[in-house]
Design a protein around this ligand. Structure first.
Ligand SMILES: [Zn+2]
Length: 110
């Protein structure tokens, strides 16, 4: 493994880090952390362990592509089942739509 950060050439230090996904802790894993930019690098074996832990926690594959469809005069975004379960949303759940910019729409559960 490299001992220089691929992004900024900063020096890497071995550390145990609390790995988070979607704001949830997945567990602690050994990483090489860049002293300059803070980027965390995991080796192949650790990446595999992280993936397994994500699957166990039901966090794997929540980011998905979906298509916008029509209903009457409104546009509908379909939310995949796994994502709905993770977010705790169902039919009739009220949400606030907030356009962060023209490429990003934020959906906040009330
Ligand atoms: Zn770096």
């Amino acid at each position: 493994m490299e001992n220089k950060c691929v992004l900024c050439k900063g020096s890497l230090k071995k550390k145990s880090v609390d790995y988070k996904l979607y704001g949830k802790s997945v567990g602690r894993f050994d990483a090489l952390v860049c002293g300059n930019c803070g980027e965390q690098w995991f080796d192949g074996e650790t990446s595999k362990k992280i993936e397994e832990a994500e699957q166990k926690a039901g966090l794997f594959g929540l980011s998905k592509e979906t298509k916008i469809s029509y209903s009457g005069n409104s546009l509908i975004i379909r939310i995949p089942k796994e994502l709905a379960k993770f977010m705790g949303i169902k039919k009739e759940t009220r949400v606030i739509l907030y356009p962060e910019n023209q490429d990003k729409l934020s959906v906040t559960i009330k």
